[in-house]
Design a protein around this ligand. Structure first.
Ligand SMILES: Cc1cc2nc3c(=O)[nH]c(=O)nc-3n(C[C@H](O)[C@H](O)[C@H](O)COP(=O)(O)O)c2cc1C
Length: 374
């Protein structure tokens, strides 16, 4: 029977187990550059079969949070090199999650203080739709996402090239590959959702080919730059995060993508279930359909524990299981899961921003209060 703890061959890359550290923004890069503390954080978690880095913006325009390490400048590439070296020294693998937030940004983060860009002029306006940016007094905090400026048809090609350049930079930084962030209400998903995408051009909302064209152009450009074996993509079907209303074409859209991505022979597709666990956004029936359309490596994330992850694995629905929050407080998560050791609980107050506290100061099991109590 398949096990979470056996090695896995992902298009020639040997993963030490089937446990993936999900991408998590931690907002601790004061000047937008990964540093020694970032490297330590990922080094501590290199027991994962695969680490996916926190979202790293492909451009200033693609940035929606202050204090996030980007991947467009030479200094940023150098910063990430320290991270990839640290992970590789521990025998781990790491992909960079390359990210453009689209409309989920704010003028204070944009080049020249301009409007954020999006698929349309429709802003995200539900209660969660905030950018972490600066107010009029320059104080950082959550602010309403801005009103976007729709990307001109010709401008789309420029953004596609920004993704490809970021992928090239990621490989230059020593990453083993990239994960294109196509989930969670950000730019690529803004094109997929007909409630947001009201375009009338070839990227428009009329039919599934047009709505998925931008995503597939990004995939193709990134593949052309660094090779399909190094390219994964994250998607969040049935997710509503950042004002993404459900629509009748969700299944059709994502199964079309599944087939198109299968034909491209990527490293993986990563589905993020936005949950909650009692009522998952991604039903098992949909996962089964996606699996049939996409026979390549499939990762699932979202409120997994060992038992659920193994059940999906044994049912043949997924190949790799991604864990997010459990990795925050348990740097040795893979080892704890393997030995059925108790898990430490992360402190939500220190998820974003700050320094080492709540970031690199969670101990491994043998040094933890859980072990001392045992
Ligand atoms: C602090 C934090 C930051 C996150 N940042 C990102 C991100 O940068 N990119 C992304 O795709 N998902 C992000 N996520 C979502 C996680 O990757 C993951 O899918 C989610 O936490 C659900 O998995 P879990 O229940 O195992 O935590 C973030 C989640 C948390 C808790």
């Amino acid at each position: 029977m398949k096990s979470l703890f056996e090695t896995y061959d992902m298009k020639g890359q040997k993963l030490q187990n089937r446990i993936v550290m999900a991408p998590m923004t931690r907002a601790r890069a004061k000047d937008g550059i990964a540093d020694a503390e970032t490297a330590l954080y990922y080094r501590q978690r290199a027991g994962a079969g695969l680490i996916i880095s926190e979202g790293t913006p492909i451009s200033q325009e693609g940035t929606g949070f202050a204090f996030i390490p980007g991947i467009w400048s030479e200094d940023q590439v150098r910063g990430w090199q320290g991270v990839t070296e640290a992970v590789h020294e521990q025998g781990g693998k790491i992909f960079a999650q390359i990210w453009h937030v689209g409309r989920m940004s704010h003028t204070s983060l944009q080049p020249g203080g301009g409007q954020p860009v999006g698929a349309s002029a429709r802003p995200a306006r539900d209660a969660n739709s905030k950018a972490f940016a600066f107010d009029d007094n320059g104080v950082a905090g959550f602010v309403d996402a801005g009103v976007p400026r729709p990307l001109e048809t010709e401008d789309v090609a420029r953004v596609v090239e920004d993704y490809a350049r970021a992928a090239f930079n990621a490989v230059a930084s020593g990453f083993d590959g990239v994960e294109i962030h196509g989930a969670n209400g950000y730019l690529l998903e803004q094109f997929l959702n007909p409630h947001v995408n009201d375009r009338t051009d070839r990227y428009g909302a009329g039919n599934v080919e047009d709505r998925t064209r931008f995503v597939l152009e990004v995939v193709d450009a990134v593949v052309a730059r660094i090779g399909a074996d190094k390219v994964g993509i994250r998607l969040s079907p049935f997710g509503k995060l950042f004002d993404m209303p459900h629509h009748p074409l969700i299944e059709e859209t994502y199964l079309h993508l599944a087939q198109a991505l299968a034909a491209r022979s990527l490293a993986y597709v990563h589905l993020k279930d936005q949950g909650p666990v009692a009522t998952p956004a991604i039903s098992e029936a949909f996962l089964q359909s996606f699996r049939e359309a996409y026979p390549g490596t499939l990762i699932l994330a979202g409120a997994l524990d060992k038992e659920r992850a193994e059940r999906f694995l044994h049912a043949g629905l997924i190949d790799l299981a991604a864990f997010g929050q459990p990795f925050i407080a348990n740097p040795d998560l893979a080892e704890r899961l393997r030995r059925d050791l108790p898990l430490a609980k992360p402190n939500r107050e220190t998820y974003y921003g700050g320094g080492a506290h709540g970031y690199t100061d969670y101990p491994v099991y043998q040094d933890s209060p859980e072990a001392k109590a045992a």
